[in-house]
Design a protein around this ligand. Structure first.
Ligand SMILES: *Cc1c(COP(=O)(O)O)cnc(C)c1O
Length: 371
């Protein structure tokens, strides 16, 4: 009998050479909740405490390792399939798993586009993965030769943040598309701020690009940073690798319950978003009237990057002395003289603007005293 035709699976897979060989080979952990789904009158398979929990709430049972209820709701809301979704303990877990899934420590590299979110590089360093830098242009877009540079790179993944943190802008759609067509590694588009942007999400393009991973989070527009829930959207075959390597019970029962309640309240999201956008517009209109403000960068996020004509660290410290904490980004590449201001409540925004007005007057007075 002839041997069955073995398909050239490696060559046909869009992930050939991208997944660490040790991960391809390994057996995933099989949890008690994988081996028995549902409820029986007597559950003695997971070494839980059937007597109940210490403390006021009952958390005696392990949570659903596949978070089916959340994925069903989120899939409906986002117009994707539950098989396109990975849920993580914050986006940070998704970032870490992406690095570990593709990069062999001490051997492989990933690409970041500074100035950008610091966690990509931290995850690389933690995993002993080399970092290649593809700096953004002075207006914080991908450089014209980005696709060319990436096509020549053996890096396993590139992190694109859009809208970008700390700059606030969306990356041009055409530049990202070209990279998706030409780069051989995974293209991670971090959309932590997508809810504030005036552009369709890259989740709408998942069907076109098997190597696209879109990151979103409940930490920003949803106002649930304390919950720790991040989302990766990708092709089902790639999500299956996340499921293979994730800690089995990575989303707690408390998080799952709160996330479901938040998803049920999703109709409130546009109202919250509109209020933040109006706060952003209010600040963006008034900040440039301060003479020590050199530039307010256009923002598609819930913050504004502001360049000062004076020492930004002095402004930062003066704000702190007035009980207002912002993010000092002046040492980031391309961000000299810049502070990143999160849009807050109307009262907080007004306090921020008042404080900056005072600080400007003080700095101007100091400057005239010095001969
Ligand atoms: C805030 C932020 C996140 C969110 O991270 P979580 O771990 O989900 O809280 C992710 N990416 C960027 C670029 C961010 O600014």
């Amino acid at each position: 009998m002839p041997a069955p035709q073995s398909a050239p699976a490696e060559a046909a897979s869009p992930y050939a050479g991208l997944i660490r060989p040790s991960i391809e080979r390994m057996q995933p952990y099989s949890s008690a909740r994988d081996e028995f789904e549902g409820l029986a009158p007597v559950m003695l398979d997971a070494n839980e405490n059937s007597l109940g929990s210490v403390g006021p709430a009952d958390f005696s049972r392990y949570p659903d390792p596949h978070q089916r209820a959340i994925k069903a709701e989120l899939a409906r809301l986002k117009g994707v399939s539950p098989a396109n979704i990975f849920l993580g303990n914050g986006s940070d877990e998704a970032i870490d798993l992406l690095v570990r899934l593709t990069c062999t420590p001490g051997q492989d590299a990933l690409v970041v586009c500074p100035p950008t979110y610091g966690m990509y590089e931290v995850a690389a360093n933690l995993n002993d993965v080399r970092v290649e830098r593809l700096p953004l242009t002075p207006d914080f877009q991908l450089p014209a030769n980005a696709a060319e540079v990436l096509a020549a790179s053996a890096a396993k993944l590139v992190f694109l943040c859009s809208p970008n943190n700390p700059t606030g802008n969306l990356l041009a759609e055409a530049a990202v598309t070209t990279i998706l067509r030409t780069f051989k590694g995974l293209v991670v588009v971090d959309e932590a701020y997508a809810d504030f942007a005036n552009a369709p999400s890259w989740t709408t393009r998942l069907g076109e690009f098997p190597r696209l991973v879109v990151l979103q989070t409940f930490s920003k527009a949803w106002g649930l940073a304390g919950l720790r829930l991040g989302v990766a959207y990708a092709a089902p075959a790639l999500i299956a690798y996340f499921d293979k390597i994730k800690p089995p019970y990575n989303i707690s029962a408390a998080t799952q319950a709160h996330a479901l309640a938040a998803l049920a309240a999703a109709p409130r999201l546009p109202e919250l978003r509109a209020e933040l956008l109006s706060g952003r517009a209010w600040l963006a209109e008034r900040l440039p009237r301060l003479s020590f403000v050199a530039h307010v960068f256009p923002s598609d996020a819930n913050f504004l990057l502001v360049r000062f004509t004076v020492d930004a660290t002095a402004v930062y410290q003066q704000l702190r002395a007035r009980g207002i904490v912002v993010r000092n980004r002046t040492t980031q590449p391309g961000c000299a003289g810049c502070l990143r201001l999160t849009v807050g409540t109307a009262t907080e925004n007004a306090r921020l603007l008042d404080a900056l007005t005072e600080i400007q007057t003080e700095l101007a007075a100091e400057a005239t005293v010095v001969p």
